[in-house]
Design a protein around this ligand. Sequence first.
Ligand code: SF4
Length: 159
Amino acid sequence: MTDPVTATPDSDLRPRFWENVPLEDLSKPEWEALCDRCGRCCLLKLEDADTQEIEFTNVSCRLFDGATSSCGNYALRKQLVKDCVVLSPENISRIAYWMPVTCAYRLLFEGRTLFDWHPLVSGRADSVFEAGISMHDRVIPEYEINEDDLEDHIIEGMA
Ligand code: SF4
């Protein structure tokens, strides 16, 4: 078996950094490499104002590209979508609770480890899709539904 870290093309990544480097001490490339490109954080969510319980829907942000399971304009996302949250080591403590339970940032923030299908562990980007985690071709863009119908699009197992 190939060491997944060695297989990672970005040589700036320290060996198995996700296991031994705190989130606040990660380099920019390491922080970015944590994202598995699942696209789940780009889904619209419903939050109970009293309990803070989160429900995910299969409706995506208008910038999300379902064909590639990634943001259609990552560099300008905050300018184009004012509600977009740019995750960082500084705000993870406030945001982790509404990230998907499979999200690498949430897992590490909560003291857990990455799943075997994470590309840093498997050494392959396709493992996210094979594990059924990717939202590739599984979403409806927000501009194709009526906002009042969002509850009809709730999906289980993400929060
Ligand atoms: S949910 Fe987490 S791992 Fe998935 S795309 Fe969003 S930030 Fe990346």
